[in-house]
Each structure stands twice: as C-alpha cells, then as structure tokens.
Design a protein around this ligand. Sequence first.
Ligand SMILES: CC(=O)N[C@H](C=O)[C@@H](O)[C@H](O)[C@H](O)COP(=O)(O)O
Length: 238
Amino acid sequence: MVVLYLKSGADFFQKIKGKLIVSSQALENEPLYGSEIMAKMARAAAVGGAVAIRANGADDIAAIKQEVDLPIVGLVKRDYLNSDVYITATKKEVDELLEVGVTVVALDATFQDRPNGESLETLIRYLKSQGQLVMADISTLEEGKLAAKLGADCVSTTLSGYTTYSRQLEGPDFELIEELTRELKIPVIAEGRISTPEQARIALEKGAYAVVVGSAITRPQLITESFVKMITKVERRV
Ligand SMILES: CC(=O)N[C@H](C=O)[C@@H](O)[C@H](O)[C@H](O)COP(=O)(O)O
C-alpha cells in the first residue's frame, strides 16, 4: 500500500514538472456553469498540452474524468456562514473528493479559521491515512511552511491576495513563489492571476515546479473584459 502510494505520487510529480495545469472551473453564477462544459474545457486544455486539470466539485470531476485521461487536482468550493474558508473546508468536502476519486486533493491551508472548528492538521492527517496526495492552497510563506510541516505533498500560491493579510497584487505573486522555493523542500506550484504565457514562464524561472492557469484560459467573460478594458483606454483618432 505504502509503496503504491509513493509510486503514484512520484508519477504525478514527474508528469507535471515544468508543465501547465489548467484549472477548469465555473460556479453557478458564471456563464459556463455546467459539468459538460467544464469537461469540454478540460478536453481543450488537454489538446493544447495541459498535463493535469484542476477542477471543482464531484459532478465536474466525474464529467472531466470521462472526457480526458489526465490527473485531476480536485477541490470542493462551498461557502460556510462562520468562516472565510471555502476551498475544501471540512471533512465533508474531503470525503466527496475521496468518493469521486482524484489524484490530488487541494484544500485551503491558510491560517483562517475553518468552519465547525475543524483543523488543517486533522484534515491532512486524514487525507494521508487514505493514501491521498495533498496540495495546500496558501497565501503566505508562513502558511506554506506550516503546510509542509503538516505533511502536504506540495503547496500552491492559490490564495495570495485572497486573505486579508496576504500581498494584494493585480498580477501573480512572484515574490511568494521565490520565498517558498527557497524555504521548502516540497514542490511549489505557481497559481493565481497568471494571465499570459510569459508570466507562466517567469513563474517557472522563479523556481515554481509547475504552473496552474485558470481564468486566462477557461473564463471567457474575464478574458473579454480584459480586452474591453484595454481598448477603452485608447483615444479614438476618428
Ligand atoms: C482564489 C480562488 O478561489 N481560486 C480558485 C481555486 O481553485 C479558482 O477559482 C482559480 O481559477 C484558480 O486558483 C486559478 O487561478 P486563476 O484563475 O487566477 O488563474
């Protein structure tokens, strides 16, 4: 069992090294909401050369697994009244991911309080007891250090800018990528507001193990908005 787990972890990390993971997610309030559409997005990503897919919710994950033969980094986004943590916040969401089956479980590993008084430590211990790979979504260096200490297999810069106490940047948090790669021995995944191929390349040059891109590939409403904003600034000559 242990040998099998180590092998599958090594396979995953070998597969993603220096490569692109595409996040294919749309919530209920987004135009592309729907598992069939997310599965097609994942197929497009696979055709384009993505080596893994990051996806939200058991329904989307099941549909994506039917459509592409790529490792899935799975999460469940759910809002709770008593907490700001919404990415795989509690054991309930973890169990949904274990049930549908994913290569890696991504979960919020920030210092924010989890719903129902649950703890990151307990969740990671539970996931590891199930032989599951864990991606810790963090927002600061200190959170990355704690996640590594608790046994996460990799950290991702997903939540930089999404906690009140982290850097608030318009673009990717390259500084965090550098800090984490300097301090940690586990892979550091670059994620969050990477919107050009150049930025993805810089993230790797700064030491990231792999890059996750979401909105710039799979949220056409945001891509459209960026074009509209840019051309609105141009003064018409005619
Ligand atoms: C903060 C948060 O909830 N991030 C989510 C995490 O799974 C997704 O909505 C993002 O699309 C993903 O992290 C990729 O980032 P970007 O879309 O910026 O390339």
